[in-house]
Design a protein around this ligand. Structure first.
Ligand SMILES: Cc1cc2nc3c(=O)[nH]c(=O)nc-3n(C[C@H](O)[C@H](O)[C@H](O)COP(=O)(O)OP(=O)(O)OC[C@H]3O[C@@H](n4cnc5c(N)ncnc54)[C@H](O)[C@@H]3O)c2cc1C
Length: 478
């Protein structure tokens, strides 16, 4: 990997030693994200002002230094890891949140934590729906860059549906603003939406205006258990056919239930051990929730083996907490995980459930699966032991089969985590050569020197060939 000591020294002279850090702890902390495969950077930069950030990008272009912008590093695909070294820009200090109560908007800086935006909005009677399970850690900049979703996506949509305007820097160092803090904007090409989901490769977001909705006055949670996964998938399809629209519709297969119970010490459904469950939340005005409740209970009586409603908000929260801890709870099944957030059309749910049974049998691997059935975003976790070559090969084959199958079923290889490094071998499963060529042309036009987050998206990377750090991150949970 090419090093740039002279450019780093020059940047430090221009911005100051506190802004440009090269000490080992700073470099180590910025070398990896939630995928835990490290790539050492040469410096970590904590810009104080817009001018600092512009200076970083201008010098990086001049000297061809790779730049990777980082939020909280919760990405599970390696998208925040500096794959080509160079400089990491850390924006965690840019974390202001201001709620415009009258207009129902949030003005936020890129490093603001998503949970802080939720709390600030809700204190003022407003609501920001996108809720990734990592919300207590991840930043809105990272959410915008990955077009993050979450449990409420089926009813309300994902990050893209709430971003009105963005400010930030082009890779070449010019400051730009896409959109205005208004609910409508049709002036020119929509490059705001091009930035959303661009995984830090087309620009650096510094500020965003988010649209808020009125905070739902009432919520109600129901837990339903099923005899097997196909029955759960079939039941969820029926829910939507009956036009019941839950605010959340989460699925945990039997393997995820067991892992989550062991990790949290909680029992997901008393008397229904080791059965797949669906967790539903109905939210809205008090009268909307009152109307929907009997419909949901009738649905559960028809389709579920057992069901029960949460008796209190605290009990509902404990059920959601079990779901949120699912992802980190799987590591007792293997030290390595291919966490594939695929999307499957609702009409194909049952076919997909049968495919997963076959995949488990054929690969011999544990593949706990959970996810957001309100929008078809199923998280398939292929667990393996990194030191076991047979398991690595089985995992590689299983992920290939999974990607091919979801695309054949009319779905997507990623619903919310993005491509990063982990999914690069499968971009061509989803996209034709012409489509990939068009994406590369956009990248070239906005970032002619290829300095922003290089090595991602288009260059195949094979996760199983790399050693992961054996560390626990704050969000891995016990
Ligand atoms: C336990 C756990 C649960 C998760 N659950 C969900 C979930 O429910 N839904 C979901 O969508 N994701 C989920 N994720 C994935 C992850 O939290 C999201 O992708 C999140 O958006 C990343 O935010 P971050 O601040 O950590 O960004 P990082 O991980 O630091 O960065 C992610 C990407 O965004 C880019 N980026 C960061 N900031 C900026 C910026 N200011 N401008 C331009 N680009 C930027 C980076 O370069 C990188 O490409 C989960 C992760 C974990 C560990």
């Amino acid at each position: 990997m090419k090093l740039h000591p002279a450019a780093t020294r020059l940047l430090r002279r221009r911005l100051g030693p506190g802004v440009v850090r090269t000490d080992a702890p700073s470099l180590d902390a910025a070398s990896f994200d939630g995928m835990k495969i490290p790539f050492p950077p040469e410096a970590v930069i904590f810009p104080r002002t817009r001018e600092d950030l512009g200076e970083v990008l201008k010098l990086a272009n001049e000297r061809r230094v790779p730049v990777t912008v980082r939020g909280r590093g919760t990405s599970l695909t390696g998208s925040a890891a500096p794959a080509r070294g160079g400089w990491v820009v850390d924006l965690l200090g840019w974390n202001r949140v201001r709620i415009d109560r009258e207009a129902g908007l949030a003005q936020v800086e890129a490093g603001a934590r998503v949970a802080d935006i939720h709390r600030a909005a809700e204190e003022r009677g407003w609501f920001y729906p996108p809720d990734p399970s990592s919300k207590e850690y991840c930043t809105i900049g990272g959410n915008i860059a990955c077009n993050a979703g979450g449990m409420r996506g089926g009813k309300y949509g994902v990050t893209r549906d709430f971003v009105l305007a963005l400010k930030g820097f082009l890779p070449t160092g010019e400051f730009v603003q896409w959109g205005t803090p208004t609910r409508k904007f049709a002036a020119g090409f929509n490059l705001r939406d091009l930035w959303i989901g661009s995984e830090g490769m087309l620009g650096i977001v510094t500020d965003a205006t988010l649209k808020l909705i009125p905070k739902p006055a009432a919520r109600w949670t129901l837990l339903a258990s099923f005899s097997n996964e196909a029955a759960a998938f079939r039941a969820v399809r029926a829910l939507f056919v009956e036009r019941i629209q839950p605010s959340i519709c989460e699925f945990l297969d039997r393997y995820s239930v067991v892992c989550a119970e062991r990790a949290t010490g909680a029992t997901v459904f008393e008397g229904q051990p080791g059965r797949p469950v669906v967790l539903l939340e109905i939210a809205g005005s008090a009268s909307e929730v009152r109307e929907q409740k009997p419909l949901v209970i009738a649905w559960a009586r028809r389709h579920a083996s057992a069901h029960r409603a949460a008796r209190s908000p605290a009990e509902a929260e404990s059920l959601w907490e079990v779901r949120r801890k699912c992802s980190g709870a799987m590591f007792e099944l293997g030290d390595s995980k291919l966490n594939e957030d695929v999307v499957v059309p609702m009409s194909q749910y049952v076919t997909f459930a049968r495919f997963l049974d076959r995949l488990r049998r054929d690969s011999g691997l544990a593949i706990p699966t959970f996810g957001h059935l309100g929008d078809g975003n199923v998280h398939v976790n292929i667990m393996y032991h990194g030191a076991d070559r047979g398991e690595c090969r089985a995992a590689e084959k299983a992920v290939g089969m999974l990607m091919k199958t979801v695309v054949e079923l009319g779905g997507a290889i990623s619903g919310e985590h993005g491509i990063g490094l982990a999914k690069t071998p499968f971009l061509k499963v989803q996209h034709s050569a012409a489509q990939i060529g068009a994406m590369q042309a956009v990248k070239k036009a906005l970032d002619p020197r290829g300095i922003l987050n290089p090595g991602k998206m288009f260059e195949p990377f094979h996760v199983w060939k790399h050693k992961r750090l054996a560390i626990r991150l704050p969000w891995d949970h016990k």
